[in-house]
Each structure stands twice: as structure tokens, then as C-alpha cells.
Design a protein around this ligand. Structure first.
Ligand code: ACM
Ligand code: ZN
Length: 529
């Protein structure tokens, strides 16, 4: 009996300990005491009319995540007396000092719980921290007395990518994925929408892109080395209405969606629909197998007109500043023997096919810049000369990123060594089949986005990092979640808190309750070692 009593105490104190300081990413200027405070979750008060959306979001979470009755959302004019009793309040303030966008202050004591910020973004991030601190106690919301005296992100680009081409994921999953980003205070969702194996975005002017390009007559099954295929028709795409719905959903969570429209390579699905934009004229099939294909867009005038039309519709759908144009893994095989390509090389005074690729990217960049957009490309866009305003995603290690930063270009780090979440995260024999690599949780946690090779000024061009989730071997939603969680938590800590600002031991302690919360929300994840 006595032993049971002590076991119970131990379990209770464990839960209390877990509930304390369990925020990921770790906020800066964070302190907490043993004192338990509570607030009344029947109402969310807000000061500053612009905060209604954030107040509604918090009310929704209190209802869905904790089971409180949906709180009323009440605007309180700034001088108005706030009724007695511990309440939760969101408050927008003006600041005379320079404060980074997204900064928030959180104070929770027996008088109540207040999140303060200079912008909606800060209030949103404060809410994300609060939701990780509170517990339900009867009809009251309880937490340890907490002070966060100004928390803000270390990097301004904190991203996650998802390949919906090798395997397709419906809007409901894309939203669930965006929720996961929001919980981790990530602010960019890179949506990889076109590929050899499927074109996934409706383009009204070119209906065959989805009528033909969104479907393949079979898929590779098992490891690449087996070269086995089924003959099951596979595919799917997002209508423009669905795209708008996702963009709006993300914006409400302060996340910008970056569409990726691949060119000049990884374009076989588009060419299956419109073979006239290739070098040979086709015919082509949407690819069944993974890998890299020789048939790519031919840089002729008709192709540029086609791509500009496509990008016109893409720009209308995605209001954010960035469009990702791919640029990776483009074999030059067809261009070498294509009369049109060779004629253009001569006419433009280009040295070789690498310079032709650079010409291609620079033309597209110029077009997108004229529409007020900035391009992002994989690090191959360095070859043959970088387009003047491009941001580079460094994936083949960090070398491309270093070279681009030295040329004063912005860089997003996403090296295979630390940021490829399609890689193994444990012993190969104990994991589902993956593309290769080995990127366990601790390795992600130890990631240093700023390479030592860069000086102070050049380092400013490393705007952040991103993890990529390629789905050749990820066929289901629960498998995608397994690959992402908990590695996303480690990456979020690197990008928000900053590399080396917390210990791995402390991070793992905070991770256990995070995983329980995610489990309650219906996410699958890889268990901790
Ligand atoms: C890439 O992984 N091909 C960017
Ligand atoms: Zn050609």
C-alpha cells in the first residue's frame, strides 16, 4: 500500500514536472515557479480590434484540445474595467523601442494570464506557447505561474516541405500538416506540386495538365533496386478552390505557402499532357518509377509562353512573395542534340547547356520579378550563373548555400545531412523502408544552419532552414507523420530558439509531453529511443 502511495506521488510529480516548462521551441526569457495558477476558460478577452481572429483561434483550441465549452470572445476597450477574477487576455500594445515582428510577452499569475505583443503574429506565437503550458483541472484551466519576457525567433525562415507528387495527400492532411507547423511556430510551407510522377495543381488554361498529368498507370513498389511496378492507376490533384482554401487556412496560422512548379527538369507529367514543350515532341507517359528523367522542358519560345501562362495562374492563387521554380536535377541529354536548343545557345552567345539552364531560370525570374514575386531555386541554379535576385535552397550539402551567400544572395539551408526527413531515423532493420541516409533526432537538433565558412555580413544571408519530405517511399498519412515527428520539433528548436541555446537532454524532457499532446490530436510519431 505504502509502495503504491509513493508510486502514485512519483507519477503525479512526474506529470507536474512534465507540464512545467514543456514548450517547444524553448522560449527565450522564460521563467516559471511551482505556484499553480488558473484562469477561467469560459471567456477570452482581447484589447485591440485586430485581435479578434487570434482570440477566436484560442477559443477554438480551448474547446477542441482541452474540451472546455467554447469560450465567448469579448473585446474590451483599453480603458474599460475588466471584471474581477483570473481571466485570459490578449493585448496589443505600441512599442517605442525596436521590437522584432512576432515578439510576445506572456505573464501568468494569480491575477490572470495575459499575452502581449505589438502585432498579431506575436499574439499568435504567445498563444502557441500558452497552449503547451496549460492543463485542464475541472472547469478551470491551470498552469504553473509563468513569465516570458519577450520571446522571438532566431531565424526568419522556418520551413517544412511536402512532396505531394510521388504520393498524393488530400487537403485534409495538408491542413493537419499545417497545424503541425503552426504548433512549432514555423512560418513557411513549401508545397512541391509538380513532378515527373504527377502534376497536382489545376491550371484552367491547360486542363490536360491535370486530366492527363495528374494520373499514372502504375507505381514503383518496394526498393528502387527491385525495379518492380504495379499497374494500378494512381493520382489526384488540387482544384484551384482547394488551393485557395489551403492558402487561407495557412495564412490564418501566419504561414506562407510557397508553391513549387518544377522546371526545366522533373517535368515529365507536364510533357505527357503537352509534349510540344519538350525537345523531341514525345509521346510521353507520366512516370511510374522514381529517379531523374532525360525528357525536360525545351527552352523555346512556345515553352516560355506556356510556363508564363501557368505562372500567371499560380501567382493569382499564392499571394506570398515567393514562387519556387525547382531547377534541380535537369539532365542536359536532350538539349545537346536538339536543334532548337543549340540554335538558342549560339544566338544568345552561351558557352554550353549549363549556361542554357541559367538562361532559362533567369528568363523565368525576370518574368516573376515583373509580377512582384521572388524566385527560390534548388542549388543547381548556381550552375552557369545565378539569376540576379534568386534565393537559393542548399540541398546538396551546404556548399551551394555558402557560394550563394558569398554572392550576396539569400539562402535557405536544407542539406541532406540534417534536413532530409525522408532519411532513416534509426537502425535500417528496425525502420520502414526509406530512400537512404541516416538523420536521427539528435543530429537534427545539432544542426547549425550558419556554416563556419561565412563571416558576419555573409551570415545574414542565411535566412533560415527547412526540412524536406520526399514521398517516394511514404505512401500513407501516418507514415508521413512518423517521418516528421519528432524531428520537426528538433528543427523548430534550432530555428526559433537558436542552435546551441538549449541542451539535448532538456529538449528531450520537453519532448515527451509534446508527443503526448500530438498523440491526443491524432498524430502518429516515432517513439523516442
Ligand atoms: C532534391 O532533393 N532533388 C532537391
Ligand atoms: Zn530543346
Amino acid at each position: 500500500m505504502k509502495a503504491l502511495f509513493f508510486t502514485c506521488i512519483a507519477i503525479i510529480s512526474q506529470i507536474v514536472l512534465q507540464a512545467q516548462n514543456s514548450v517547444i521551441p524553448l522560449p527565450r526569457n522564460f521563467s516559471q515557479s511551482e505556484e499553480i495558477v488558473y484562469f477561467d476558460p469560459s471567456a477570452v478577452l482581447f484589447q485591440g480590434a485586430l485581435l479578434r481572429a487570434e482570440a477566436l483561434l484560442l477559443a477554438h483550441e480551448l474547446n477542441t484540445s482541452f474540451g472546455f465549452r467554447l469560450p465567448s470572445v469579448i473585446e474590451v476597450p483599453s480603458r474599460q474595467f475588466i471584471p474581477e477574477g483570473p481571466k485570459i487576455k490578449l493585448s496589443m500594445i505600441r512599442s517605442d523601442s525596436i521590437v522584432q515582428p512576432g515578439t510576445y510577452w506572456l505573464n501568468s499569475d494569480k491575477t490572470g494570464t495575459t499575452i502581449t505583443a505589438i502585432d498579431n503574429l506575436g499574439i499568435f506565437y504567445g498563444i502557441q506557447s500558452l497552449l503547451q503550458l496549460i492543463r485542464k483541472n475541472g472547469n478551470r484551466a491551470e498552469l504553473n505561474a509563468t513569465q516570458i519576457k519577450g520571446d522571438y525567433p532566431n531565424f526568419r525562415y522556418r520551413g517544412m516541405h511536402l512532396d505531394v507528387c510521388r504520393h498524393f495527400f488530400p487537403v485534409s492532411f495538408v491542413k493537419k500538416y499545417i497545424d503541425l507547423l503552426a504548433i512549432h511556430k514555423m512560418n513557411y510551407f513549401h508545397w512541391h506540386l509538380t513532378e515527373d510522377q504527377g502534376w497536382r495543381i489545376e491550371i484552367k488554361k491547360y486542363p490536360k495538365l491535370t486530366e492527363v498529368g495528374a494520373w499514372r498507370n502504375g507505381s514503383m513498389v518496394g526498393p528502387y533496386s527491385d525495379q518492380k511496378f504495379d499497374s494500378i492507376r494512381y493520382g489526384g490533384f488540387y482544384t484551384q478552390e482547394e488551393i485557395k482554401e489551403v492558402v487561407k487556412y495557412a495564412a490564418e496560422r501566419h504561414i506562407q505557402v510557397i508553391p513549387e512548379i518544377e522546371m526545366p527538369g522533373h517535368a515529365l507529367a507536364a510533357l505527357a499532357a503537352y509534349p510540344q514543350y519538350s525537345c523531341t515532341g514525345g509521346p510521353f507517359e507520366v512516370a511510374k518509377g522514381w529517379g531523374v528523367y532525360d525528357d525536360v522542358f525545351c527552352p523555346k519560345e512556345e515553352t516560355f509562353s506556356f510556363l508564363e501562362d501557368v505562372l500567371d495562374e499560380v501567382c493569382e492563387l499564392f499571394p506570398g512573395q515567393y514562387i519556387h521554380i525547382g531547377g534541380d536535377e535537369c539532365p542536359k541529354t536532350r538539349w545537346k542534340t536538339c536543334t532548337s536548343c543549340q540554335k538558342r545557345i549560339k544566338e544568345q552567345g552561351l558557352k554550353d547547356e549549363h549556361e542554357l539552364q541559367s538562361y532559362f531560370i533567369q528568363r523565368i525570374e525576370k518574368y516573376l520579378n515583373s509580377k512582384g514575386k521572388k524566385i527560390i531555386g534548388w542549388d543547381e541554379i548556381l550552375e552557369g550563373g545565378l539569376a540576379p535576385n534568386a534565393t537559393v535552397m542548399s540541398w546538396r550539402g551546404t556548399e551551394g548555400g555558402i557560394a550563394a551567400a558569398k554572392q550576396n544572395h539569400d539562402v535557405i539551408m536544407t542539406p541532406g545531412s540534417h534536413c532530409y526527413f525522408d532519411h532513416y531515423q534509426g537502425k535500417k532493420e528496425q525502420e520502414p523502408h526509406a530512400i537512404g541516409g541516416f538523420t536521427p533526432l539528435e543530429k537534427v537538433f545539432e544542426f547549425q544552419p550558419i556554416p563556419k565558412e561565412l563571416g558576419m555580413e555573409q551570415s545574414k544571408h542565411i535566412i533560415g532552414a527547412q526540412a524536406n519530405v520526399w514521398t517516394e517511399y511514404i505512401t500513407t498519412e501516418s507514415h508521413a507523420e512518423y517521418m516528421v515527428i519528432p524531428r520537426i520539433s528538433a528543427l523548430a528548436e534550432v530555428l526559433w530558439t537558436g542552435p546551441g541555446q538549449s541542451s539535448y537532454k532538456d529538449f528531450k524532457k520537453r519532448l515527451a509531453p509534446m508527443l503526448l499532446r500530438l498523440e491526443e490530436k491524432g498524430y502518429n510519431y516515432r517513439k523516442l529511443d
